[in-house]
Unconditional design. Structure first.
Lengths: 236, 438
C-alpha cells in the first residue's frame, strides 16, 4: 500500500451524478490495486433523483413531466436501495476505502457524521442502528438529516453519505424517500436556524470527523493529482 | 468451501460471504450471469445486500455457472451455497476469495472441457447443501451442528427425503434421543434451514384470542413472522444492553376511577398524564442512552405499546406529550391504537420515543417486568386496577381497613443511567399525582 493511513480528500465542487459515478469506479480500480490510498470525494450534485434497482414504481408519486419542469433529472443507477434526492446545498461524500467489515464501516460513518453535526450545533443528531437497516443514516429526533448508502466490490467501497446542509428540502416531499413513507427530512440550516451558506464551513468538520473515525490523516488532493495517480492503475 | 467431482467437471461452491462480524445473513440482489454462462475468476458473479449495504461477490474460480441455488430476494445465512461453478477437468483448484488478489493469478480452466461437462439441471428450489465424502448431501445447518458437537454425519440415520439427514436428526443425536420412528410425510425441501422466505403475514390482526396452534407436524415447520423476529431481536438486544431493574409501587386509583367515569376517558390516559408530568420533574428518565452517550430530551415523546394480537405489538409515539391534557392524550392514544391496528401509522409516528408505557392489564394481570425500549432508559407498566383491602389512616391517625381500587405500577429502568432511589422517587411522584386526581 502506498501512503498507509492517509485519507486523500478531493473537493470537486458541483459534479453531475453519472460523471461522479464514473470517477468513483476509476478510483475504486486504483484502490483495489493499491495504486492510491483511501480517498474521499467531496462534492455537490445538480438536482437529481437516483433510483436503485429495488425502487418501486410508486416511489415517484408525480408524473415525470413535473420533475423535469422542476429541473430535476431522474437517473437509474445499478445499485440496490430505493430512490433518493441530491441537490445543491447538500454535501455528498464518496469514501473509496478498503474495508473488512462493511457494517462496522457504516456505523463508523454514522458516528463521524453525528460527531460533526454535534460540533455544528445539532445536539440531538444521532444514529439509530437499533431501529434496523431501514434507519441507517443520521437523524435529529424523527427527522432524517443524513443518508448513507454503500456499495462494496472486492473489499473497496463506493457511494457513501449525503448530508442536508442548507439545501431545499421540498424535492424530498415529492417522492417516497428511501422507501420510508412519511419520513421527514431536515437540514443543518433548519436545525440551527443559522443563515447560509453553511456548506463550506461544515465540509471541514465533516472531513476531519470522518478522517478521525477512519483513523486516517487527511491529505487534500486536487483532481489532477488524483487522476495522475489513478492513471497508473488503469485496467489493462 | 467444498468441491466435488461430477463426471469430468469439478463443482466449486459460491457461498454467501461473511461481510462483517455482526452479519449473519445476506440477501441476493441479482445474479450477473445465468446458468450455462462462463465467468472468469474474481469477476462479480452475484450481488448481495446485507443490512442495506450492497456487495459484489467475486467468482472463486473460472468456469461455467452450473446451478443457481438461491434466487434474488431470498435471504440466507452466511456460508450458504448460493450456486456452483463447473470447472474444467478438475485441475483448477478453488482459490480462496481475496479482495485484492489480481485476477491474472488464477489458472485459467480449459474452457472447452468446462463446456463439455454437462452442467447439472438448474435446481433453483434446491436447499443449499453440500455433498460430503460419503456421498450424502448435508445442509449448512446440519454441518454446523455436527461440527459443533463432533458428530460424524455418516453415522446419523436420516429421516428426510431419500434418507437425508435433517436438522432434527442431528439434534436427536446431540440430545441422546432417537429420531421419530414413524415415517414422516415428505417434508418440504427447505426443512433443514431456519432461513426461508417469510410466510405471508396476515395484513389484519386475527381474532385477539390466541387459539392453540398445533405444531410439530413435519410438513408445517413453525416459523416466526418478520415482526416477531424483529421484536425478538430488539428485546434480546435491550436485555443484552441495558442493566435492567424493575421497581414497583402501589397506587390507590379511587380518584382516577371517579374522574374517568366523569370525564369519559380511560385510566391509561390519567396514568399517561401523570407520567408525562413526572418526567418533566425527573428529566433523567426522559432520555436516550446510546453506549456512553447519554442525552436528556426536552420534549416528552411518549410511546404507548399497542398489541396487534397474534402478530405482535407496535409502539406509536405521542410527540410533545407535555402539551396535551388528559383528554388530549386519551384522544391521541385512541387514534394511534386504531391506526396501528389498521397498519396505517406513518414512519415518524413510531419513532423518537423518549419513554414508553405498556398497559396489558385488561386481562387482570397485576405485575410484569417490561423490557426497556432502547435507547430509552425507562418503561412504565400499568396493569389491572383491582379492589383490595388496604389499611387507611384517618385525620386523627386511626387505622382501619378499607376496600380501595388499587394498582401496581412497575417501572423497568436502566441501572447504567440511574439508580434505584431515583426510580423509587419517580414512581412515588407518579403515584402521588394519580392519588391527587379528583
Amino acid at each position: 500500500m502506498t501512503s498507509a493511513g492517509e485519507l486523500w480528500v478531493c473537493r470537486l465542487g458541483t459534479v453531475e451524478y453519472r460523471k461522479a459515478l464514473a470517477l468513483q469506479e476509476q478510483i475504486r480500480t486504483a484502490r483495489q490495486s493499491d495504486a492510491v490510498s483511501d480517498t474521499m470525494l467531496l462534492l455537490e450534485h445538480p438536482r437529481v433523483y437516483t433510483r436503485g434497482r429495488r425502487s418501486g414504481a410508486d416511489e415517484l408519486t408525480l408524473p415525470d413531466e413535473f420533475y423535469r419542469a422542476q429541473g430535476i433529472e431522474i437517473v437509474d443507477v445499478n445499485r440496490g436501495g430505493k430512490i433518493t434526492y441530491h441537490g445543491p446545498g447538500q454535501l455528498v461524500g464518496y469514501p473509496i476505502v478498503a474495508v473488512d467489515d462493511v457494517v462496522q464501516y457504516v456505523r463508523t460513518l454514522e458516528r463521524a457524521l453525528v460527531a460533526a453535526l454535534h460540533q455544528a450545533g445539532v445536539a440531538d443528531a444521532r444514529a439509530r442502528p437499533e431501529d434496523g437497516p431501514d434507519y441507517t443514516g443520521v437523524w435529529v429526533r424523527d427527522r432524517k438529516i443524513a443518508s448513507i448508502g454503500v456499495h462494496v466490490q472486492r473489499g473497496v467501497t463506493t457511494h457513501g453519505w449525503a448530508i442536508n446542509v442548507d439545501n431545499d428540502l421540498t424535492p424530498f416531499d415529492w417522492v417516497v424517500a428511501c422507501g420510508l413513507d412519511g419520513v421527514r427530512m431536515t437540514s443543518l440550516a433548519a436545525e440551527t436556524g443559522r443563515p447560509g451558506p453553511l456548506l463550506p464551513s461544515f465540509s471541514g468538520l465533516a472531513v476531519t470527523s470522518i478522517a478521525d473515525a477512519l483513523d486516517c490523516v487527511e491529505r487534500e488532493m486536487s483532481l489532477a493529482e488524483l487522476e495522475a495517480a489513478t492513471a497508473t492503475a488503469a485496467p489493462a | 468451501m467444498s468441491s466435488s467431482l461430477t463426471e469430468n467437471a469439478t463443482l466449486v461452491d459460491v457461498t454467501m460471504p461473511q461481510m462483517g462480524v455482526s452479519v449473519a445473513e445476506g440477501t441476493i440482489v441479482a445474479w450477473r450471469i445465468g446458468v450455462g454462462d462462463r465467468i472468469e475468476a474474481e469477476q462479480t458473479i452475484v450481488e448481495i445486500s446485507t443490512d442495506k449495504i450492497d456487495s459484489e461477490v467475486p467468482a472463486p474460480v473460472t468456469g461455467v455457472l452450473a446451478e443457481i441455488l438461491v434466487e434474488p430476494d431470498q435471504t440466507v445465512e452466511v456460508g450458504t451455497v448460493l450456486g456452483r461453478i463447473a470447472v474444467g477437468d478438475g485441475e483448477a483448484a478453488p482459490a480462496p476469495p481475496s479482495p485484492s488478489a489480481p485476477a491474472a493469478d488464477e489458472p485459467d480452466a480449459p474452457a472447452p472441457a468446462a463446456a463439455q461437462a454437462e452442467p447439472p439441471a438448474p435446481a433453483a428450489s434446491r436447499p443449499a447443501a453440500s455433498k460430503s465424502a460419503d456421498g450424502r448431501r448435508y445442509s449448512p445447518v446440519v454441518q454446523r451442528i455436527a461440527a459443533e458437537h463432533g458428530i460424524d454425519l455418516a453415522s446419523v440415520t436420516g429421516t428426510g427425503r431419500g434418507g437425508r439427514v435433517r436438522k432434527q436428526d442431528v439434534l436427536a443425536v446431540v440430545n441422546g434421543t432417537t429420531p421419530p420412528a414413524e415415517a414422516a410425510p415428505e417434508p418440504p425441501m427447505h426443512i433443514e434451514s431456519p432461513y426461508r422466505p417469510d410466510p405471508d403475514v396476515p395484513s389484519r390482526p386475527r381474532t385477539p384470542k390466541p387459539t392453540p396452534v398445533v405444531t410439530g407436524s413435519d410438513t408445517d415447520p413453525p416459523i416466526l413472522s418478520r415482526m416477531r423476529r424483529t421484536i425478538g431481536e430488539r428485546m434480546k438486544q435491550s436485555l443484552d444492553t441495558a442493566a435492567t431493574c424493575t421497581t414497583w409501587i402501589e397506587a390507590d386509583m379511587a380518584g382516577v376511577e371517579a374522574a374517568r367515569a366523569r370525564v369519559g376517558v380511560t385510566a391509561l390516559a390519567f396514568v399517561a398524564r401523570a407520567t408525562v408530568e413526572t418526567l418533566r420533574e425527573f428529566p433523567a428518565l426522559n432520555a436516550w442512552l446510546n453506549g456512553e452517550e447519554y442525552a436528556r430530551v426536552q420534549d416528552v415523546n411518549l410511546g404507548i405499546a399497542v398489541s396487534l394480537g397474534e402478530d405482535g405489538l407496535i409502539v406509536p409515539v405521542i410527540h410533545r406529550a407535555q402539551e396535551l391534557s388528559v383528554e388530549g392524550l386519551a384522544a391521541r392514544i385512541k387514534d394511534l391504537a386504531k391506526r396501528a391496528r389498521a397498519r396505517e401509522l406513518a414512519a415518524d409516528e413510531v419513532l423518537g420515543g423518549t419513554f414508553t408505557i405498556t398497559a396489558p392489564g385488561q386481562y387482570g394481570s397485576i405485575m410484569a417486568t417490561p423490557v426497556i425500549n432502547q435507547p430509552q432508559v425507562g418503561i412504565l407498566d400499568f396493569e389491572a386496577v383491582v379492589k383490595r383491602p388496604v389499611v387507611v389512616t384517618d385525620h386523627d391517625g386511626n387505622d382501619s381497613i378499607a376496600i380501595r381500587p388499587m394498582t401496581i405500577l412497575g417501572m423497568s429502568w436502566d441501572h447504567r443511567a440511574l439508580d434505584g432511589a431515583l426510580a423509587a422517587q419517580f414512581l412515588a411522584a407518579v403515584r402521588d399525582r394519580l392519588q391527587a386526581v379528583r
